[in-house]
Design a binder for this molecule. Structure first.
Ligand code: HEM
Ligand code: HEM
Length: 185
């Protein structure tokens, strides 16, 4: 048993940056994914459509960078013990959801990147264009976009479960779980 009752501060900052970026990436992604380029263009015009695509790609690449840093701060530093300990059910469910979120939030931007590059479109990151790294391959691009959409739904479900779990610990069980990730107490 050690005294630590929080994740280290940089890990908590990374958690909240990702927690802010993921809902924005999901909202912008589902908007462009559902409407498609043409209908988005008809609805909101050229400037806003391009802004939506650029923002979505920029958010996605940013999440990839933040998650890479986050894996480092997770494995390189001590994780606080749960005090009081979680029961077996809570431990299995929370560990599974956390690991699946980590995996999905690495795979998802890589899929978006690969789908975009093989579709022949630019990988936009703020005002820069990053190298696509893959050649044009429209059939592969469509398949990758289908998986980008499916994993998007998985991230949505995992996030809802995760936030419900956090609210349960915070408001119903009133234990110390939420404090572990808090920036303020
Ligand atoms: C964690 C990061 C990301 C999340 C959560 C995310 C989420 C989504 C979602 C939910 C969709 C809608 C899919 C559909 O309804 O078919 C979407 C579409 C899209 N995403 Fe992402 N995305 C991420 C990263 C990226 C990256 C890094 C890129 C490219 C650099 C990208 C490019 C696109 C494009 C171009 C579409 C539109 C696809 C279409 O027109 O069917 N995404 N994204
Ligand atoms: C209101 C929103 C959120 C709240 C209140 C919240 C709260 C928490 C808390 C209290 C923990 C620590 C759990 C523990 O140590 O057992 C945690 C961990 C975690 N959260 Fe969230 N979270 C939120 C949003 C998100 C979002 C949107 C994501 C990503 C989609 C996310 C991903 C994670 C992951 C992967 C962990 C595992 C611990 C780690 O980073 O190593 N969280 N969250």
């Amino acid at each position: 048993m050690h005294e630590l009752d929080h994740y280290i501060y940089p890990h908590r900052v990374l958690h909240w940056l990702v927690a802010g970026a993921v809902p924005l990436a999901l909202a912008s992604g589902f908007t462009i994914g559902t409407l498609g380029y043409e209908r988005t263009f008809d609805l909101v015009g050229n400037t806003f459509t391009n802004l939506l695509y650029t923002s979505h790609k920029t958010l996605g690449v940013t999440i990839l960078l933040l998650m890479t840093l986050r894996i480092i701060t997770r494995v390189a530093f001590v994780v606080p013990d749960h005090d009081p300990p979680l029961n077996a059910f809570e431990r299995i469910v929370s560990t599974s959801v956390h690991h699946l979120l980590y995996l999905a939030l690495i795979v998802m931007p890589l899929l978006g990147w690969a789908a975009t590059a093989t579709g022949g479109y630019p990988i936009e990151f703020f005002k820069w264009h990053l190298p696509g790294l893959l050649g044009e391959h429209p059939a592969l691009s469509s398949q990758l976009y289908i998986w980008h959409g499916r994993i998007g739904w998985a991230i949505l479900v995992l996030t809802v479960l995760h936030v419900a779990g956090a609210l349960f610990h915070w408001r119903i069980k009133c234990d110390t779980v939420t404090k572990r990730m808090s920036l303020f107490d």
